[in-house]
Design a protein around this ligand. Structure first.
Ligand SMILES: Nc1ncnc2c1ncn2[C@@H]1O[C@H](COP(=O)(O)OP(=O)(O)OP(=O)(O)O)[C@@H](O)[C@H]1O
Ligand SMILES: [Mg+2]
Length: 304
């Protein structure tokens, strides 16, 4: 794995070392604050929309650490907080409380410019709608993160990742000339081009048929197994989640369950149970202690 320890990161580490001893969000079952080798770490993360009686607690205390080189799927009923979780974990949204570390760097308190720079250089994104720029060629789309980051546009690197997603011969095409599955493979290549610390995928197969979805999921799986990437994927589809090493289940803004290496059937069964429980517990908050997943350090935070 790459080591990028700039001055700021060292300062962050020093600061969080001090924070660690303070342990602001304690309580029974709270995991230790720092997990070595974690690509993504959330501590006591809450996200509230609005205030007072009408406030929505989209995230009600998230504690987790995802090791580098792992593939995690996040599932949960509609409104359970999946998108909010992904946005907070990826520095696209700011939690109301708690802290987020990416690739060992504490991002809480970063300025907008710092967050933008971090996202461009150290994170990859794959969205349901591909989000390619139609006027650029496939190669230019893949090079975009480097261009935006003001870095040298490494065409050999672009060719390398395009070959990895099986599109070496499409570099000069425009997105409109490709199928949906091919466009999403370009988006995966673009997400991987900077060798990011984490790839965040929000419903990456939501717009694809089953066969094409499997191709894209196979690429994400390959990125983890062969390239050491870390992937965090939100999905509604148990078949997609079955490609992950582990599935985390969200209910009412907290992780309520998890499954290691589950089959699509097992994952679907857990989802059914969760949806039923979420209904009966509506308004009560899902504080069911899932315990620590193997190496994942997943636990329901101290919910208010
Ligand atoms: N900008 C916002 N303002 C107010 N409430 C919001 C906002 N965004 C999300 N919420 C609320 O926060 C909760 C979690 O929303 P979120 O979008 O994270 O759910 P989700 O699990 O991604 O759902 P879906 O599967 O439908 O995409 C919901 O109750 C939602 O209504
Ligand atoms: Mg969502």
């Amino acid at each position: 794995m790459r080591l990028r320890k700039g001055k700021r990161q060292q300062a962050d580490e020093d600061r969080t070392e001090a924070d660690r001893t303070g342990e602001a969000h304690g309580g029974p079952g709270t995991a230790p604050a720092a997990v070595p080798g974690a690509a993504v770490e959330l501590r006591g993360v809450r996200r509230q929309y609005g205030r007072g009686a009408g406030a929505v607690h989209a995230l009600a205390g998230i504690d987790l650490a995802l090791p580098r080189g792992t593939f995690t799927a996040v599932m949960g009923p509609s409104g359970s907080g999946k998108s909010t979780f992904l946005q907070c974990a990826a520095g696209l949204d700011r939690p109301s409380a708690g802290s987020v570390r990416l690739g060992g760097t504490e991002i809480t308190g970063m300025s907008e410019n710092e967050l933008t720079e971090l996202r461009r250089s150290r994170l990859g994104f794959v969205f349901q709608a591909f989000n390619l720029l139609p006027s650029l060629t496939v190669e230019q789309n893949v090079l975009l993160p480097m261009r935006l980051a003001g870095r040298r546009q490494d065409r050999r690197r672009a060719a390398e990742v395009l070959a990895q997603v099986g599109l070496a011969d499409k570099a000069r095409r425009r997105p409109g000339e490709l199928s949906g599955g091919q466009q999403q493979r370009v988006a995966v290549a673009r997400a991987l081009v900077t060798a990011p610390d984490v790839v965040f995928a929000d419903e990456p197969t939501g717009a694809l048929d089953t066969g094409t979805a499997a191709e894209v999921l196979g690429l994400l799986r390959h990125a983890v197994d062969a390239l050491g990437a870390t992937v965090v994927m939100v999905t509604h589809d148990p078949a997609a989640a079955a490609w992950a090493d582990r599935v985390l289940f969200l209910a009412d803004g907290a992780f309520a369950d998890h499954l290691e290496r589950g089959s699509a059937q097992q994952i679907a069964a857990r989802m059914t149970g969760l949806t039923g429980r979420a209904r009966t517990m509506a308004g009560a908050g899902a504080g069911a202690g899932a315990g620590a997943g193997a190496g994942a350090g997943v636990g329901a935070g101290a919910a208010a």
